[in-house]
Design a protein around this ligand. Structure first.
Ligand SMILES: [Zn+2]
Length: 166
């Protein structure tokens, strides 16, 4: 039997989730959507990925209700927004295990300026995990010097989910 690209026969809900967000590039597209990237051309320049692959991944995300297409823009749905703990958790895991250079971006509670903990809560304010809309993205110690419009916009603090002006 040929190995398919899906996990037929796996009834675990993790396998079903991976069919939607587990392909190469997909979580980076979702991450960029949290950063406020909405236009095809902006995903393309920031991710440096093949146009056809981006097109296919965006279609999959829209088909499964992670992104909604509004005119020429792709916007996270409620299901998409609820992926934030996954994106943030994986980024923290990467930093802890493979992050010799330090994080590329810091996620900061906008109300108080404190970097959120790996569990998503604010060490200063406490309480429930901070919602994405209440976070700012700050350049981290390993922030690159890429010259595309999205990278440039993210060199200064940027409120998460606010459209990137390019
Ligand atoms: Zn706080």
């Amino acid at each position: 039997m040929a190995l398919g690209k899906d996990y037929t026969g796996q009834d675990c809900t993790l396998a079903r989730a991976l069919e939607v967000v587990g392909e190469r590039w997909t979580l980076l597209i979702v991450r960029d959507a949290f950063y406020g990237v909405r236009r095809f051309s902006d995903f393309l320049v920031h991710l440096d990925m093949p146009r056809a692959v981006l097109s296919a991944r965006l279609s999959t995300l829209v088909e499964h209700g992670v992104l909604a297409k509004e005119g020429h823009e792709y916007v996270l749905t409620e299901a998409g927004l609820s992926l934030w703990p996954v994106v943030h958790g994986l980024a923290c895991w990467g930093e802890q295990n493979f992050g010799e250079l330090g994080p590329h971006r810091l996620f900061v509670h906008a109300d108080c300026g404190t970097r959120i903990a790996p569990d998503g809560t604010c060490p200063t304010c406490g309480g429930a995990p901070v919602r994405p809309a209440d976070l700012e993205i700050h350049p981290g110690p390993s922030a690159g010097l890429r010259d595309d419009a999205v990278s440039k916009a993210l060199r200064t603090p940027h409120r998460m989910l606010t459209p990137i002006e390019t």
